[in-house]
Design a protein around this ligand. Sequence first.
Ligand code: SER
Length: 889
Amino acid sequence: MQTHEIRERFIQHFVNAGHQEVPSASLILDDPNLLFVNAGMVPFKPYFLGQQTPPFPQGTATSIQKCVRTLDIEEVGITTRHNTFFQMAGNFSFGQYFKAGAIKHAWELLTNPVAQGGYGMDPEKLWVTVYLDDDEAAEIWEHEIGLPKERIQRLGMADNYWSMGVPGPCGPCSEIYYDRGPEYGKEGGPIADDSRYLEIWNLVFMEKERGEGIGKDNFEILGDLPKKNIDTGLGVERVACLLQGVDNVYETDLLRPVIDVAEKLTGAAYGQGGQNDIRFRVIADHSRTGMMLILDGVTPGNEGRGYILRRLLRRIIRSARLLGATGETMGVFMNTIMDTMTPSYPEIAEHRERILQVAINEEKAFLRTLESGTHLFEEAAASVKASGSHVLAGAQAFALHDTYGFPIDLTLEMAAEAGLEVDQEGFHSLMAEQRARAKADSQAKKHGHADLSIYREFVDEHPTEFTGYTESTSNAQVLGLITEGKLLPTASVGDNVEVILDTTPMYAESGGQLGDRGIIRTGDTILRVNDVQKIGKKLWVHKATVEQGELEVGANVEASVDAQWRHAARQAHSATHLIHAALREVLGPTAVQAGSMNKPGYLRFDFNWTQPLTREQLQRIEAITNEAVDHDWAVNTLETSLEEAKAMGAMALFGENYGDQVRVVEIGGPFSMELCGGIHVDHASQIGPVAVLGESSIGSGARRIEAYSGLDSFTYLSRERALAAGLATALKSPSEELPERIAALTEKLKEAEKEIAALHRKQLAAKTGEYLASARTINGFQVITATLPQGTSAGDLRTTAIDLKGRLGEQPGVIILGAQDDKNKAPFVVGATQSAIQRGVKSGQLVGILGGFVGGRGGGKPDMAQGSGNDASGFDAGFAAVVNALENL
Ligand code: SER
C-alpha cells in the first residue's frame, strides 16, 4: 500500500467517525522551546491546556502533521526506523472520548480488512504496552479488544508516560507494536526487543499538566488538565515499511527512488551492507528533510534551524562523494524527492525552483569549502600522526571551523575515517568563548535563549493588548517590573528596567521592524523606552530607563510612541514591501525573501540569489519602487484566515498555523501582498523617496539590498548631489561629464607618475657616480653614506645600493643610504660587499643602529638590510653612529 493511500485511509477512518480534518501546520511554529514541530499535537497545545476552545464542531480532529526530529541524526541509516522527517497521523479528542474510544478507533483501523478501508494487519502480530499502573487501559485491551494478556506489557515513565519534554500537557500512554518476525530479533515482546517489535502508534491519554524538569521521567506533575483528552500519533513511514514489506523506512515508496538515482549517480550499489548502505539511506532521508525544511522557509545558515538544514544538506553531499560521486548531485536528489512528495504536498509545485536553487547553492558553496578544507584537514592529520599522537587538537578543529567554515561534525567524521580522535572538549570550549564574545551584546539587548520562565506567568495570565495599529498613546497599567531576570516592586531614577504593561501602543520588534521608542509617564514619573521586544507572540516587554521619579507595579500610566520615530519607521517598513515587490518583478519569483530589517529611515532586504545584481537591475528596482510611491496606492490591511490569505496570493512563508487569523498588508493590489504584522503608512506617497544604496553578498547564495526611505533618502541624495556639484566645480566640468573627465584625469596621472619614476631612476643613476666618488676609507672599508633626493622610494634605495655594491666589486665596501619618500616615511638601507662581510660586517646589525636615529626599525641579511623610520632629520647622526661602529669593528 502506497504511502499516500495510508494517509488517506487514516483521515477517512477518522472523518467517518466525526473528526474534523486539519491540514498539517508549518514545520516552523512560533514557540521558543521548539526548533521544529516534532509531534502531531503541537499545533493543538492551547486546546489541551484549556487556553482556547477547539474550533471543531464535534470536539475531535484528525491530521497528518509534518514532523522533524534531528536529535538522532547519527542514527539515520543505521537503525531501520529513524527518519529525520516523518509524518505523524493523529486523532485528537478534546474532552470527548477517552481511553476506550482511542483504543477502539486504533484497533479498527489497523485490523479492519483492506476492502473495508483498514490496513488489514494480522491481529496476531500486534502487541501493546501500557503505563505501569494503568489498569484501565490494560483492561480495555484485554476485555474490550480481546488481546491476550501476554501481549500486553507494562513499562515505566520513560517509555509510557508522554510529554513534550517541556512544561505542557502530558499523560500516560499506550503504544502499539508490530511483530516483524524472528528474523528481526528475539522473542519476548517490545520490552525485549524494540527493533523486531516495531512501534507504530502511540495513544496518549492526555490528562495532566507537567512542570519544569529534565528528561522523560523527571518532572513535576502540576495537576489535572481541565478535561481528559486524547492525542495519538501513528508513524506513517513505519506503517508504510510494514505494508510494503520492505526492511526499513528508507526503502518505502517515497524514499526508495532517491536511493535508485543515487546508485546511478555514484556508481555504487545499494544492498551490499556496511557503510555504503548507510550513506544511501542518509541521502534519501536527508534529501527529504532538507526539501521539506526549505519548503517551509528555512535557508542554510550557521545557527538554529538554518544550521540544521545546512548540516543535513552537507551530509548528503559528503555521503554522495564517499559513494563515488564527483560532481554536483543535489539537483537530481531534490528533483526526485519533490516528485515523490508532491502528490501529498501539492504546494511543492509552486516552490520547486526556489527549493532547487537554495539546495544547489548550498552544494556549490560546500564543494568549494570541501576542497580547501579537505586539503587543510589532511595536512593537520598528517602532522598529528607524524608527532606520534592520535588526537587532533581542539584548536586545530576550531581553526578549520572558524577560518575555513569546515563544520565540526565533518571534522569528526573525517578524523574517525583517518583513525584519529578530536579533542572535542577543547573545540567546544573555544566555540563557547567565541560565542560568548559575539553574543554578549545582542543577548543583553534581546532575550536570545535566556531563561524565559519569569515571563511565563505574564504570557499565560496577561497577554499584552496591542493598540498601536490605531493609537499612538494609550492608558495602561504596570503589571510587572523586571531587572536581570528578577521581579521588582518599584524602579527609581537611573534604573534600567523591563516594564510589562496590560496595554501598549508601542510596536515590539518583529517581522523585521525594530521596536518602537517612546515614553511611559505617570504624574512626575517619566521612563524613556529604548526598545520593545516580544516574548512569544503575546507579551510585550518595554526596555526603559527611569528618567524621573519612581514607578510602582500597579501604577496607572500613559504610554506613548515617539511620533517622529513611528513616522519614519512606518515609511521604512512600507518601503521594504515595495522593494520586495519590485525585486520579484525584476528577478522573478525565485528571488525569495531570506530576511529583512527596517528602522526609521533605513531598510535592508535579504533574498536568495546567487549572482550580483547588475547596475541596471538595481536601477530598475529603485525605479519601480519609486513609481509605486508615486502611484500613491492606498495601503490596506485586513485580517483573515491563513487559508483565505493564501488563496488571495499573499506571500507567506513562516510560522503560520492552520486556523490562525493572519494580517495581510496590500499595496497596489497584486503588486504587493504580504502577511505582516508591522506598522505601515496609509498611502504609498507617505513613504517619500526611496534611495537604493547598493547590494552585496551575505554568504552562501543570499544577497542583501540596502536602501534609505523618507527624509533620509532625501538627505542622502542631496549629499550625493552636493558632492557631484563640488567635483564639477573643482574639475570645471558639467556633472554629467564627470565620469569621463575623471577617467581621463586618472589616465593622465598614471602616465605622469610613470614618467616621474623614470626620470627619478635616471637622476639616481646619474648620481651613483657622485656617491661612488664620495667613498671614504674607514678602518680599511670603503664607506659610502648618502641621503638621496626627496621622493626616493625604498625600492629605488635598494637598487642604488645594489648598483654601488657592484661598482665597489672586490673591495671591502659598506653602503649606507637614506631618503624621505613621498609618504613622509624615511626608508633606509645598508649593503655590504662580500669581502666586507668576511671582515665581520653585518648589514642587519648596522641597519638596527641607523633605525634608532630615525624613529624606525629594520633588519635583513649580512649583505643587505633595510628598514623604515619616520624622521629623516636623524640620518646624519645615524650615519655617524654607523661609521663609528665600523671604526670599532
Ligand atoms: N504526542 C505523541 C507522540 O508524539 C502522540 O501523538 O508520540
